[in-house]
Design a protein around this ligand. Structure first.
Ligand code: ZN
Length: 170
């Protein structure tokens, strides 16, 4: 099933009968193994369409970091990220470190449905068009606290919480 690796001089080819894709070496003629029709070199636009609109999976991965960055920009907008960072009081975690752990948590919330993202179908100059909704704010607070609890040194975990009369404190 694996096709031989095409040489550098090979060009994209298409079956005239069924549209199967392949490669043709210079001067090579080939019958389609599916329908027996001859392969021909792709026309200029066909090659373009084939290359850009039927992209290989590795092209898709370029979007991942950008999508992640967009999510980060959205959930930290209007100083919200900075405020959450300060609310957690993470002395030994930089803001960048905080984001690198909190943003994937937002992504998980989006996957699991307790966070929703509102992204316009077409890019918009209006920042209000991009919204993150924390449908379950308690869940978010718990997950965030959990994500950073391992980072709090042991002696600090023993430190009494700032809030007086905490019912969890026995
Ligand atoms: Zn064919």
């Amino acid at each position: 099933m694996t096709a031989p690796t095409p040489s550098h001089s090979a060009r994209r080819a298409i079956c005239d009968g069924c549209g199967a894709r392949g490669w043709l070496e210079p001067g090579e003629t080939r019958q389609c193994s599916e329908c027996g029709a001859p392969y021909r070199h792709m026309a200029l636009l066909e090659g373009f369409i084939d290359r850009w609109f039927a992209p290989l999976p590795q092209h898709v991965s370029e979007f991942y970091p950008r999508h992640l960055k967009l999510i980060e920009l959205m959930w930290t907008a209007e100083g919200r990220g900075r405020e959450m960072y300060e609310a957690l009081g993470l002395d030994r975690v930089s803001y960048a470190q905080f984001l690198s752990r909190a943003t994937p948590l937002v992504v998980r919330g989006l996957e699991e449905g307790w966070i929703q993202a509102q992204i316009p179908a077409a890019p918009s100059p209006d920042p209000a068009a991009y919204q993150i909704h924390f449908l379950d704010a308690d869940r978010w607070a718990e997950e965030l606290t959990e994500a950073f609890s391992a980072n709090i040194p042991f002696d600090e975990r023993l430190r009494p919480p700032a809030v007086e009369g905490d019912p969890d404190l026995t």
